[in-house]
Design a protein around this ligand. Structure first.
Ligand SMILES: [Zn+2]
Length: 521
């Protein structure tokens, strides 16, 4: 259609010019892109919260100790408009690995981004199909504004995003001073305020371009957008909220660890404030009721639990995800307790916006659209799902088929921590303690098993129903041998270390950037 093509060309050129003006040319020039179809669905806003523990948000029941001020009023408001998944699992507690799962609907052993730093497998391969690529191919305008290097293009996470803004704060200002007096984190991360400013400028440009073409008699509404916002503030205290924000909210703590915990909460509160600006902007533009909003964390934070302050391993405080979906016309203020995974986000979003299944790439997740629409259990997947629960060892295949016909399918969650894999090597692993082992985990909602690859006898089994804090390791308990064997079998059915994909060695400069963020010692 000549006319339609010309119209979309006007839109595209106008938007490209505005984007260049606004972003100072920071994004890579894109070759002309022609979508396969022009799908007319709602917008998608994906907000990824780095390092955010579910149990530190109000909508997950958090009450800040001794302080009545709510920590996350704007995230709580999103939750009140939709469904809160209270038992969601990340696939890793490492930023790029987990983000690759959110964006592809695949487990790390399938999408191929396994590690944060190392000799290989730190980059999402080009052949991976991302949510951005799919939505762009059906006519969405795609844009991402990320707040830190580990969520950036070096890890292959920019695929499908026509605009990818990772132009981090260049001038190191107050609050970016590390304990030894060095100032260097500013180039590798930015605050929620800066990320939001850039994103809202893009949003205005996108919507105004559409209005202008409308006034010129060249068609009405903007093409729908897919906007991905990544926030990094709770990651660590190296980049604190601005001074005036901190001065208005003094931290009063008796101990260093209390001080750090309060700082963590304050960083969540600051991030939440700016998420509120995004929602307000959508409301003011009359777009909120036409936008599927998804909030998900890439992992949590130890905060001293299990004697671990940061993240990188597999206990619940690190691997449990924030997961909230609010979609137009769907019931509000719901919670869903059965196990779900971040790999379910991609199929859920694509179903919610009504993309024809022809255009949806295969994922390992299942769509939760029916749950968002009010169902109390997950829809039976149309074909056998690799991540559905297998029969117990004492069930015959027939018994399990009968049980399966009645009960809704139970999902199992996979997660791993193999960052040491390519960074060091086996000799090093054997010398170091169990915390440097490669860990492979699986959970069926109640039982959680963590397999220690190099020190198998140190593997862990927890009954989350009776021991949500994972205090009692039942791996050596003779009565629970069957559970451990069943979950190990589920792990071994997967091709956990395919080793087929090799990315080129990471550049020395990139290693330095990771060091500035505290990753490389
Ligand atoms: Zn992260």
């Amino acid at each position: 259609m000549m006319f339609a093509e010309a119209r979309s060309e006007v839109r595209r050129v106008g938007l490209a010019l505005l984007t260049i003006v606004l972003l100072g040319g920071c994004s890579e020039p894109e070759p002309p892109f022609e979508p396969l179809i022009e799908h007319d669905g709602p917008n998608v806003l994906l907000i990824t919260l780095d390092t955010t523990r579910a149990d530190h948000l109000g909508c997950y029941g958090y009450q800040r100790p001794g302080n009545p001020r709510p920590i996350s009023p704007h995230l709580d408001a999103i939750a009140a408009r939709g469904t809160v998944f209270t038992n969601a699992f990340c696939t890793a507690s490492i930023t790029p690995v987990s983000h690759a799962s959110i964006l592809t609907g695949q487990n790390p052993y399938t999408h191929g981004l396994r590690v944060l730093h190392g000799l290989h497998e730190y980059r999402l391969p080009d052949e991976a199909e991302t949510l951005g690529e799919t939505l762009r191919s059906v006519g969405y305008e795609t844009a991402a504004f990320v707040s830190a290097f580990p969520a950036g293009s070096r890890f292959g996470l920019a695929q499908g995003m026509a605009t990818f803004d990772e132009d981090f704060l260049q001038d190191a200002e107050s609050g970016i001073v590390t304990a030894d007096g060095t100032v260097n984190t500013g180039q590798n991360q930015r605050r929620a305020g800066d990320t939001t400013d850039r994103a809202l400028a893009w949003l205005d440009a996108h919507l105004e371009t559409a209005e202008k073409t409308d006034e010129a008699g060249q068609g009405g509404a903007a093409r729908p957008f897919f906007l991905w916002l990544h926030y990094f503030d709770p990651h660590d205290p190296a980049l604190l909220p601005p001074r005036e924000y901190l001065d208005a909210r003094p931290i009063v703590a008796a101990t260093r660890s209390e001080q750090l915990k309060q700082t963590y909460d304050l960083e969540i509160e600051y991030m939440d404030h700016h998420i509120g600006r995004v929602i307000e902007a959508l409301k003011a533009r009359d777009e909120l009721d036409n936008t599927v909003v998804v909030v998900v964390s890439d992992h949590g934070e130890g905060l001293g639990d299990h004697n671990w302050w940061t993240h990188g391993i597999l206990y619940q405080e690190q691997i449990r995800a924030v997961m909230i979906v609010a979609a137009p016309g769907q019931p509000a203020a719901r919670t869903f307790e059965p196990l779900v995974r971040i790999i379910d986000i991609m199929p859920t979003v694509l179903e919610l916006v009504g993309v024809d299944s022809t255009y949806i790439p295969p994922t390992e997740g299942v769509s939760l659209a029916s749950v968002v629409a009010g169902a109390k259990s997950i829809d039976r997947p149309p074909s056998p799902q690799p991540d559905s629960s297998e029969p117990g060892l004492n069930e015959s295949a027939e018994e399990s088929r009968e049980a399966d016909a009645e009960a809704p399918p139970r999902l199992v969650a996979y997660f791993d921590a193999v960052n040491t894999l390519s960074a060091y090597g086996e000799t090093f692993l054997r010398q170091r303690g169990r915390r440097d082992d490669m860990l492979f985990g699986i959970c069926d909602g109640r039982w959680k098993y963590i397999h220690h690859f190099h020190h198998e006898t140190e593997s862990e089994l927890y009954d989350l129903e009776n021991d949500p804090g994972e205090r009692k390791n039942l791996y050596g308990d003779p009565q629970q041998r069957r559970q451990a064997a069943r979950l190990l079998k589920l792990l071994l059915e997967r091709d956990l270390m395919p080793g087929k994909r090799r990315s080129e060695a990471m550049a020395a400069e990139d290693i330095e950037r990771l060091r500035s963020l505290g990753y490389v010692k």
